[in-house]
Design a protein around this ligand. Sequence first.
Ligand code: UDP
Ligand code: MG
Length: 325
Amino acid sequence: MNDPILTIVVPCYNEEEVLPETISVLLEEINYLIETNIISGKSKVLFVDDGSRDRTWSIIYKNSLESEFIHGLKLARNVGHQNALLAGLITACKTSDCVISIDADLQDDVGVIKDFMQKFSDGFDIVYGVREKRDADKFFKKATALGFYKMMQRLGVNLVYNHADFRLMSKRAVEELEKFEEVNLFLRGIVPLLGFPSTSIYYNRKERLAGDTKYPLRKMLSFAFEGITSFSVTPIRFVMLVGILSFITSLLFGTYFITLKFLGETQTGWTSLITSIWLIGGLQLIAIGLIGEYIGKVYKESKRRPRYSIDVNTLNLTQQLMERN
Ligand code: UDP
Ligand code: MG
């Protein structure tokens, strides 16, 4: 087989601080891989600007004019990491044999890309980059990440432990991924479902090169919640179980208190009354909220809106850049 054409897909949201460094590191890596005949000379890096409000796009654009290996795709608005990545993967796989997704902050080790390519030529369609150590992450992030994986596993969702979105996918794997038309996208959950030959490569995750995380606590929690509710209805069942249990408990208590009343031992009972009102009220609100979350998901999916739109002003440019080699 000829050297495979690789496209490295990098989603970027307000990344002006790291981008120049990222571009030069990735360029160097691409050049090295081409020189050593690991990948074809038609390989490239595709930066997806996810509706950034800073200079991200102008940096990408300028570099794309200077180097034939740098390509850009500008989305019309911010659609979030997962959908931006999808936009990049779908665009990239049209002109490549395989794609690798990596974050713009270079926390993932570009040095293992050659190992990814080795696995690809061994016949694997999907190669997961798995973090061996999480030294760079704060204790809190480590603990919440672990809790999340454990919970997903309990809910029956097959995730690759300690794998984020640093992975290689073959053209046919991305084409299969395209068939999953959900708007609430959680790639880490979907990719293992594709059922292609897959393997893992271990690496050390580093500190963010510059700039701030685009996943503050609020976004991280919502991402985790999204992951759970997109893949499992177990939480709804759990709510029902709690409802049934509290119903049975209230029956028992009711019988007990009524019996006491007939025996003439009237309870003052205010404390138990007020506590149970709050308890049941709270449980009901949680249950309604949870069900609302699922209904909201159905609502979003039923609208069938496109998951991303490419910026019209740059559409021609994007096409030209993609067709250039
Ligand atoms: N990102 C994106 N759109 C968003 C948020 C983030 O494309 O709405 C990109 C971001 O530029 C980065 C990647 O997603 O390349 C991961 O974000 P970040 O590094 O901030 O997340 P963390 O590593 O802290 O989990
Ligand atoms: Mg990061």
